[in-house]
Design a binder for this molecule. Structure first.
Ligand code: GDP
Ligand code: MG
Length: 556
């Protein structure tokens, strides 16, 4: 395909507005997948995507479509809609010249519709508005057209009205892609310049890089270099995603496909890297802004002997999800592990689930926290800011867009759920970082008979300290075994005790059920008891089982 017969585009939208369903129809219409099968979100390949019914990874598919007697190569990238995965969207857009902006004909413009529109707008891509689900009883495509004109300044006659589910009018989407999205501006005569916009790690073949070619040609057998590592590799395989891998002899500028070059280490072929011919060095492409993590959590192997397995799993998975930041960390209770940064709570859960499902690991995930900047001073006394309204725009009579400034930790945990239930599901939200603000935060210690437990030190808002302290003390009380003496569990801010629970004394006698004189059985039980003790951590003279920490760290 000459470059002028290629179109590269992404499908973007708010979550559930029908991106993946539209992708199914486009794949069917072009004969890429079998129409007679009951195809449902075929590009959502990961187990976590199928189980949760959401897209978390952008997926590429190459389609061939005949229009007015001419064949075109269309490279489609389906993207996630949830705010936590917008990093996937912005990377995908770097391989595209246009987008289909899908809007639900009943729900209209939502928070991620706006966020994703601006990603595409800032990247100067052609934007084709697609109003989907016109088959719904409550669909009101004319109202949505007006919203699109008002908020995005796109003339309403540019909107294409479809039902992705039924396939209604989907053909005109393909025609619009050909007519309204420009072909990639590339030069095949220049030396190779390929952008790695995604990559995965394959156990047998090493790094599989998803590439968009901006210049030149790459063939099997070529000697290429990575701008990032400055290492040389031989290309073993190139091909297109159809949507499964289909190897080809060459990839040409303007195309999107995959490349395997015997990179066996996960630090090779990082997302954002530029690949070029060893014989023809080029200026690297700009790559990507690094993602900014919003939520942090500790990740530890359930058993320390699994440390190396988990390490390798985290490395491989972060290759496929470069928005996760990784720092080594250790905890007295949980051993060696990592502190990972995520873009949100859903992102954290999905990453954890992928570690378990795709890499067969078992992981302890500690309660999420948000970043604070501490300034040491005798009085940190400036009043904490609550949400502050910044902006209000009416989208139409029924819908309003509000902008607020919020403390991050207030929206991280359950804000989304509360917002949804308060508004009976009508409200949606998106957020971006507005920098640090001063707040009245306190450091809270947890004491066992007066000794501080390092693992459980937390930073909390002053007004919430009492309830958080109480919850932790109650949690510990339930999970601490009784011992020979009474244990006082206290939450303290400085020297002030704000919560207390007590575990009564009790002696656990492992020999109690051993009648008679079977000495070997007695020895066995005693041995088991000492082994059990290795899993205990001594705080003062109190033995705390690892499980107790895990429970409290998780539920906080
Ligand atoms: P995505 O999150 O944007 O990828 O949305 P999906 O493609 O996963 O679709 C979300 C839900 O909307 C699914 O239950 C689809 O079956 C449904 N859906 C998608 N398109 C249509 C449509 O045209 N009409 C109706 N009634 N439902 C649709
Ligand atoms: Mg989807």
């Amino acid at each position: 395909f000459p470059a002028e017969d290629i179109r590269n585009f992404s499908i973007i939208a708010h979550v559930d507005h029908g991106k993946s369903t539209l992708a199914d129809r486009l794949l069917e219409l072009t004969g890429t997948i079998d129409k007679t099968k009951n195809n449902k979100q075929v590009l959502d390949k990961l187990q976590v995507e199928r189980e949760r019914g959401i897209t978390v990874k952008a997926q590429t598919a190459s389609l061939v479509y005949s229009f007015e007697g001419k064949q075109y190569l269309l490279n489609l990238i389906d993207t996630p809609g949830h705010v936590d995965f917008s990093y996937e969207v912005s990377r995908s857009l770097s391989a595209c010249q246009g987008v289909l902006l899908v809007v639900d004909a009943n729900e209209g413009i939502q928070a991620q519709t706006v966020a994703n529109f601006f990603l595409a707008f800032e990247a100067q891509l052609s934007i084709i508005p697609v109003i989907n689900k016109i088959d719904l009883k409550n669909a009101d495509p004319e109202r949505v057209e007006k919203q699109i004109e008002k908020v995005f300044d796109i003339p309403s006659d540019e909107c294409i009205k479809i039902s992705a589910k039924l396939g209604t009018n989907v053909e005109s989407v393909l025609q619009a892609v050909i007519e309204r999205i420009p072909p990639p501006k590339v030069n095949r005569k220049n030396p190779l310049r390929a952008l790695v916009f995604d990559s995965t790690f394959d156990q047998y073949r090493g790094v599989v890089a998803n590439v968009a070619l901006f210049d030149g040609v790459v063939s099997k057998g070529d000697k290429i270099m990575s701008a990032h590592t400055q290492k040389t590799y031989e290309v073993n395989e190139v091909g297109v995603l159809n949507p499964s891998e289909q190897s080809t002899q060459k990839l040409y500028a303007g195309q999107v496909g995959y490349l395997i070059a015997g990179m066996k280490d996960v630090t090779e072929a990082q997302v954002g890297d530029t690949l070029y011919l060893q014989s023809h060095p080029v200026e690297p492409l700009p790559g990507f802004k690094s993602a900014k993590p919003m939520v942090f959590a500790g990740v530890y192997p359930v058993d320390q002997s699994e440390y190396n397995n988990l390490k390798s799993a985290i490395e491989k998975l972060t290759l496929n999800d470069s928005s996760v930041t990784v720092h080594r960390d250790s905890s007295l209770a949980l051993g060696a592990g990592w502190r990972l940064g995520f873009l949100g709570l859903l992102h954290m859960e999905v990453f954890n689930q992928r570690l378990e499902q795709e890499y067969n690991t078992s992981v302890i995930l500690t309660a999420p926290t948000v970043p604070y900047k501490a300034v040491l001073s005798s009085a940190k006394l400036i009043k904490a800011r609550r949400a502050v309204q910044k902006n209000m725009i009416f989208i139409d009579q029924n819908r309003v867009m509000l902008k607020y400034l919020f403390p991050l930790n207030e929206i991280v945990v359950d804000f989304y759920d509360s917002l949804k239930s308060l508004s009976s599901g009508y409200a949606s939200f998106d957020y971006e970082d507005a920098g640090y603000q001063t707040a009245e935060l306190v450091k809270m210690d947890i004491l066992l008979n007066g000794n501080a437990v390092d693992e459980l030190v937390t930073v909390v808002h002053k007004e919430k300290a009492y309830s958080v302290g109480k919850t932790i003390c109650e949690g510990l009380k339930d999970s601490l075994p009784r011992q020979l003496f009474e244990i006082a569990i206290q939450a303290a801010i400085g020297s002030k005790i704000i919560a207390r629970e007590t575990v009564k004394a009790y002696r656990k006698n492992v020999l109690a059920k051993c009648y008679g004189g079977d000495i070997t059985r007695k020895m066995k039980l005693l041995k088991r008891q000492t082994e059990g003790k290795k899993k205990l951590r001594k705080i003062g003279n109190i033995e705390v089982p690892k499980d107790a920490f895990i429970k409290v760290l998780k539920t906080r």
